[in-house]
Design a protein around this ligand. Structure first.
Ligand code: PHE
Length: 342
């Protein structure tokens, strides 16, 4: 019996086989247990010999079972250590994180600079009535300026008697909306999307402008020039950057000026803030009395300046990007090249 169990235990391949053997040998109905029950039928002399022998056998089987169980556990651990290992010297897998779009970054930067100059942010809808986009800005129906804008008009269903809507062609309608809402004095910028039917290297049908509006009792063109020069110095990080005001015409400002910043071309490379070339960056002027009136602000009491500039264009100049369309291609290689994505 002893030989039978000890060699079976030695050969057991896993814990389940070992448990079977335990039940067969020393379990309640096991062979050894049954033999122990027979002790009762023996004579005292027989029992004196058989009792201790059976107890010794039971102990021996139990300790063989325990030893084998420990050996099996050791072997299992060895096996895991051999197969489940980790090479801690392998380089880590880096995660690429999303980033804010360059136009959004530049918009936020612009808003932060103007916030330091006391300008709050105003907003208006991208689908605008033609009254806000044109009429309120002193561009009545049939005014030639309407043709210059390449406007997208919204389709109207038969019998639709709402006013005609357009995709706003500039952020200037936000001047009217902001003054209607808040009156004067007012100092706001209005960044946002605008739309014109135009497409080439420097034009996309959707682009971004930021409008500026400052109305008070005695605001002048001099204040406009100071604000813009402060802005460009901060935006391009160039102290004392020069601006040039050229007489121009917009129906909603009088007088009007287009503003250039100082630049130069060195080996086909554009340098902002040095040299004696000029780069046009915005339109501006003193807000026309008719615009104040349309927005419910008394032109005999209030006056001020407005300006509008292209955010995408400013971003192109700041980062040396030659093609505007690339901003809207979502090409990760391009975004990474200019450091706009990781
Ligand atoms: N709205 C003009 C444009 O889109 C820019 C402008 C804004 C000019 C405000 C003067 C005053 O070109």
């Amino acid at each position: 019996l002893k030989q039978k169990y000890l060699s079976a235990i030695a050969d057991a391949g896993d814990e389940a086989a070992l448990e079977d053997l335990r039940l067969q040998a020393v379990g309640k109905k096991g062979e050894v247990s049954l033999k122990m029950r027979e002790l009762g039928k023996m004579t005292p002399e027989e029992r004196q010999v058989a009792g201790p022998a059976l107890n010794a056998l039971k102990d021996e089987i139990n300790s063989a079972l325990a030893a084998k169980k420990a050996a099996l556990a050791d072997a299992a651990l060895e096996e895991r250590l051999r197969t489940e290992w980790l090479d801690v010297t392998l380089p880590g897998r880096t995660e690429r994180r999303g980033t804010i779009h360059p136009i959004s970054q530049v918009s936020e930067e612009i808003a932060a600079i103007f916030a330091n100059l006391g300008f709050a942010v105003a907003e208006g809808p991208q689908i605008e009535t033609d009254w806000y986009n044109f009429d309120s800005l002193n561009i009545p129906p049939h005014h030639p300026a309407r043709q210059e804008f390449d406007t997208f008009y919204m389709n109207r269903a038969e019998g639709d008697d709402r006013p005609p809507h357009v995709l706003r062609t500039h952020t200037s309608p936000v001047q009217t909306r902001a003054m209607e809402k808040q009156g004067a004095p007012i100092r706001v910028i209005a960044p946002g999307r605008v739309y014109r039917s135009d497409y080439d290297q420097t034009h996309t049908p959707m682009f971004h402008q930021v409008e500026g509006l400052c109305i008070d009792k005695d605001v002048s063109m001099a204040n406009l020039k100071w604000v813009l020069e402060e802005f460009f110095a901060a935006f391009f990080e160039i102290d004392g950057i020069k601006t040039r005001f050229r007489a121009s015409h917009f129906p909603f400002t009088e007088p009007s000026a287009e503003v250039d910043i100082q630049c130069s071309w060195v080996d086909g490379q554009l340098k902002i803030g040095e040299g004696d070339d000029w780069m046009e960056v915005l339109g501006s002027g003193m807000v026309h009395p008719k615009v104040l009136e349309a927005a419910g602000v008394n032109p005999d009491e209030w006056q001020g300046f407005a300006f509008g500039m292209g955010i995408d264009r400013l971003a192109m100049l700041k980062y040396g990007i030659p093609d505007l369309r690339a901003f809207f291609d979502s090409d990760l290689r391009w975004l990474r090249h200019y450091g706009f994505a990781s």
